[in-house]
Every structure is written in C-alpha cells, then in structure tokens.
Design a protein around this ligand. Structure first.
Ligand code: CP3
Length: 340
C-alpha cells in the first residue's frame, strides 16, 4: 500500500514527495475521451462502473500517489432543486437561483439517497484499488457552489453573486449556511462510503475582497470542517487565486492548504506551512513546454518547498484539456525521482 499521500498530508516523513493532479482523469487523456465518446458527462458521473473505470485511469497510466473520485462539484446542487447540465464548449448551465423565493425553496439533501450513485462509486473504486493508493473525496466550498447556483454557470464579472452579497447580505448568509449543511452531509456520506481524504475546492473565494471572503467563504468553510468526520482522514482546503488571503490560512482547521502558482511556495511553507501541509503549485501551462522544462520547474518547486515533511505536489489548478499526455507522465516521474 502506497501511503505517501496520507503521510505527507499529516506531515509525516515520506521517501519521496507524493503527487496527484487536479482533474487528473480528464479530456487530455485519449482513454478518457474514448469513454466520453459513448456517454455524456453527467451520465458518466452517475454510472458507478464508468466513474470507477475513469477514476483508475491516472493510477494505471500516470502512476500518481492518490486517486480522486470522478464526479463534479455541481452534483449535489441537482437534488437541492437546481437543474444542472453540461454543454460542450459552454460548460455548466444551471437554473439560476437569484431571488429570495428561489433561495428559500432550496432543500437540504440526504446524500446517501439523493446522491447514492456517488457513494456506490466510492465503494466500487475502493474495491478496485485494492489499497494501491488512497481515494480522495471532494466537494465545492459553500461559496463556490453558491457562485454557480446564483450565476447559473460560468461568469467573468460575477455581478449576480457579488450583487447578492452587497445588496442582501443576510440572505447570502442564509444561502452559505444552507450550502454548508449540504456539504457537511455530502462529505460525511463520502467518508462513510470509504473516502480516505477530503478536498474542499474553493475555486471562486479568490474573487472577493478580504472582508467578504471572511464572511461568505471562510466562515462557512470553517463550519464545514468543524463538522467533518476526520479520524485519520486529512482535510485539504484548496483556494484558487488566494495569495492575498494567505494570512488567513493558518486559522483554518484543515490539515493541508492547496495553493496556486501565483503564490510563492517557499513563503507558504515558512508561514502557514509550519503547522499545515502545503499542496501545489506548478502552473498547469508549464505542461505545454518541453519535458526537460517540466522536469526543471518541478524540481525547482521541490527545492523551494524544502526538506520539511508536509508537501504534496500538485498543479496550481486543473490540468488543461490540450495538455500532452507525455508531459503529465514526465511530471510524475520528475517528482518521484527527485532526491535532496
Ligand atoms: O480531479 C479529478 O480528476 C476529479 C474530477 C473532477 C471534475 N471536476 C471532473 C470534470 C473534479 C474534482 C471537478 C471539480 C470542479 N468542477 C471544480 C473545482 C475545481 C476547479 O477546477 O476549480 C469546478 C469549478 C467544477 C465545475 C465544472 N465542471 C466546470 C466549470 C466544468 C466545465 C469546464 C471544463 O473544464 O470543461 C466542468 C466539467 C468537468 N468536470 C469535466 C471534467 C472531467 C469536463 C467534462 C467533459 O468531459 O466534457
């Protein structure tokens, strides 16, 4: 059993620095495209046999040190009463929840019943993995989920969600608190089904000014973490675009903080990295350079992260669909071969 990932999350010494890649099972992989050619994305997420098959691809093809459940952060929004669709070239399209009536009509979910296919997939993946590497479960953060729910999809301006925060802060508090309850129920069901680590994706927390980040993103995340079943299960908080919020990370009760490439990993390790593991932080576009350059820049990050236990290598954000697969393989090799 390869336990380097869990060991690094808890800042125990490991023989090499473990690596996994956000969105490691995805469109850059011909083997993923083959499965996607048969079914649409939501069907793939809702069919445990197919989700299992796709989850295992990067374990076999890249040799990463952890598996991550193949699913999407938007999955628990559907049983709350929001329609969710994924359209090629557009991305997610949701029924936008923008007024008080719509927000108050959203329901709390019972994850075991409402998203049973996720729990079935987790049980099936654990069985297929046979202990080779640990399995990561995940959820979006309450604020990131609210962004999709209120905007109805991807946005550049974020004016609907920000408009809600500024014009109806108490209603926004209600929505974040409701989503925190949903995320708690959803993640604890994943732990019961067999998830061995939990990552919370805060993709959009980093669009907010500091006080709004604290009230609408950080506080609900704290509530989630305080209610998780986490005996032996590391909790990872990934914040995209959060360099200017780094001074808040020490106060978050997660085991690991995930950072992107805009933040200096050496500095992160010297500040909040004293008490928490740090995950990151290669720019995903480095994978469009030569394999030699990928190797060089991976080793530079390992150098800057330093010898203290508690570094999990990852990209700073998800791997891009146009990435050459050979460079993803070269990256994993470069991290595994590195010795001080
Ligand atoms: O990391 C993994 O391999 C596990 C699977 C996973 C997916 N999405 C699969 C996916 C995970 C952990 C996610 C999380 C997710 N989903 C986030 C948080 C992480 C981040 O990237 O910031 C967000 C914001 C989403 C929402 C989402 N899902 C968007 C905006 C899109 C469309 C944009 C895009 O990249 O195409 C998706 C679709 C999606 N989720 C795909 C995959 C593999 C592509 C779907 C396809 O096959 O067509």
């Amino acid at each position: 059993m390869n336990n380097t990932y869990i060991d690094a999350c808890f800042r125990r010494p490991t023989e090499h620095t473990p690596i996994w890649i956000m969105r490691q099972a995805g469109r850059y992989m011909p083997q993923y495209q083959e499965v996607r050619g048969q079914v649409d994305f939501l069907t793939l997420c809702k069919t445990p046999e197919l989700a299992t098959k796709v989850t295992l691809l990067p374990i076999d093809l890249l040799n990463v040190d952890a598996a991550i459940l193949f699913s999407d952060i938007l999955i628990p929004l559907e049983p709350m009463g929001i329609s969710v669709a994924f359209e090629d070239k557009v991305g997610p399209v949701l029924s936008a929840v923008q007024d008080e009536t719509a927000i108050r009509a959203l329901r709390r979910i019972e994850a075991d019943e409402d998203t049973g296919f996720v729990m079935d997939a987790i049980r099936m993946i654990r069985k297929e993995l046979e202990g080779r590497v640990p399995l990561i479960g995940f959820s979006g953060s309450p604020f990131t989920l609210a962004t999709y729910a209120v905007e109805g999809g991807t946005t550049k301006s974020f004016h609907n969600i920000k408009g809600l925060l500024y014009s109806r802060p108490e209603l926004a508090d209600y929505l974040m608190d409701l989503l925190a309850d949903v995320v708690i129920n959803y993640l604890n069901a994943q732990v019961d089904a067999g998830a061995q680590a939990i990552q919370i994706f805060d993709t959009w927390g980093g669009i907010l000014a500091d006080p709004e980040y604290v009230r609408f993103s950080l506080k609900p995340v704290q509530k989630v973490i305080a209610h998780l079943k986490r005996d032996g299960i590391p909790v990872i908080y990934y914040l995209n675009n959060g360099a200017y919020l780094a001074h808040h990370m020490d106060g978050i009760d997660a085991d690991v903080i995930g950072i992107d490439w805009r933040q200096d990993i050496g500095q992160a390790r010297r500040t909040f990295g004293q008490r928490k593991a740090v995950q990151g932080n290669l720019d995903p576009t480095v994978l469009f350079a030569s394999p030699q350059e990928v190797r060089l820049r991976a080793h530079r990050i390992l150098e800057e992260a330093g010898p203290a236990p508690g570094h999990v290598f990852n990209l700073g954000h998800g791997i891009l669909p146009q990435t050459p697969m050979d460079n993803a393989i070269a990256l994993v090799e470069a991290v595994h071969e590195y010795r001080r």
